[in-house]
Design a protein around this ligand. Sequence first.
Ligand SMILES: NC(=O)C1=CN([C@@H]2O[C@H](COP(=O)(O)OP(=O)(O)OC[C@H]3O[C@@H](n4cnc5c(N)ncnc54)[C@H](O)[C@@H]3O)[C@@H](O)[C@H]2O)[C@H](O)CC1
Ligand SMILES: [K+]
Length: 478
Amino acid sequence: MITSDRMAAVDRNAEALCVPRKQLMESSGNAVARAVRGLADAGASVTVVAGRGNNGGDAFVAARFLDDYEVSVRLLGRPESIATDIARENWEALRAAECDAEAVTDSANLDLGDPDVVVDAMLGTGVTGALREPEATAAKAVNDLDASVLSVDVPSGVDADTGESAGVAVDADRVVTFHDEKPGLSALDAEVTVADIGIPAAAERFTGPGDLLALDRPSQSHKGDFGEVLVVGGGPYTGAPALAAQSALRAGADLVRVACPEAVAREIQGYSENLILRPYDGERLASEHVEDVLSLAADHDVAVLGPGLGDHEETLAAVAEFLERYDGTAVVDADALQVVPEVDTEATLLCTPHQGELRKMGGETDEDWRTRADLASEFAAELGHVLLVKGAYDVIAAGDETRVNRTGNPGMTVGGTGDVLAGAAGALACVLSPFQAAAVAAYANGRAGDAAVEENGYGLLATDLIDRLPAALRSDTR
Ligand SMILES: NC(=O)C1=CN([C@@H]2O[C@H](COP(=O)(O)OP(=O)(O)OC[C@H]3O[C@@H](n4cnc5c(N)ncnc54)[C@H](O)[C@@H]3O)[C@@H](O)[C@H]2O)[C@H](O)CC1
Ligand SMILES: [K+]
């Protein structure tokens, strides 16, 4: 099963893997034509009712493949209003070949004839809300025909994710959907087939620019919409929590605070005026601070636990106590990771070990990334948490999903890049699921590193990544 949002992400990832959408449209249209052949013999009459989006584009391709049928294509709206270049090019291909392809600009003039088959390609996954005109009238006209109704991807007017329709919808006999089943189609009273349209498995397995689409911000946004992060770090080290906190800001969090020992608070503050410090007594995290840190964490969307905390016995005991009592979402990194397998927690954890830390947690690793992915997946299921195992290929694993990230370069073995990743994951976990946040953080962190090396060559600093995170998180850049 795949949701519309994930489908859009995978589609974009496929494009980045050199399989452009127009090529997918060609396969989709071909699959629709094949389904028409299954419904009626050559020579039968077929009316295609097409909308102005890519759903219509699929049907224009199908019409081209049905030369041996009597095909009429009716476009709802003006050709200039076709929403994408690829759909328009396929419309123009029909016109250039002098097919019976006409635009209908007034739904009062819509005459679908009396075809054997009607192809419903008005709207697919791009639908929002109830069908507007002229689609609503056209949907009723389709339902009134005696023809077999074949819907492209999803019956027009039906939400592919929920199966619901906000108003009138096409009553399909058959649906040809693409790539994978859609949650909203299973409850329909129609025969659904899934067509393989040549999206490479890599478009799902590897992170890509499509994964960033989930971050697109609505124009009406308010302070706090993108989350507040608490970094719990510092003590023996001061740079790590400062890097994680600044990274969380650059990854889009609205507010980031750092809970740290009083002894190092001024030093951490000294790295940046953008940081807000919440110091507790002493030189390192210990049991007596857990109560206060817990109540502070409760006021944040996500905690990032670990950067620079060190591995003093007292600190690790405090980390364990924190996790046992915390029920929110936390990114766990560095020395705090070793505690995770021993604690019983209600919290949702995103653990970000490198391979050494993974072994310390009791997990296994392997030279081959495929084997590593399988091992990480098993271990994530065992832990009941999300794992981001860092390496040349990062593996992101939850119990039921695994993804692999290939961005990044050898320059990123420098100290501090892990803190940057943990901070970014914390910010992203405010707005995405922990699995998705881990995938996007790994992708963007590596992409930032790649951009830095491209500009300056090796000799990368962790701070170089932070500065490049905003650009690396933009979905509209390559
Ligand atoms: N990998 C893939 O998933 C592929 C999918 N293909 C096909 O593309 C469509 C989705 O195309 P898209 O252009 O995003 O959207 P639609 O064609 O569904 O419609 C967009 C169009 O409709 C207008 N609109 C939105 N809501 C309404 C409404 N309630 N009433 C009227 N009009 C509405 C909106 O303004 C847009 O202009 C997918 O389903 C597949 O069929 C690709 O061909 C191959 C890869
Ligand atoms: K449709």
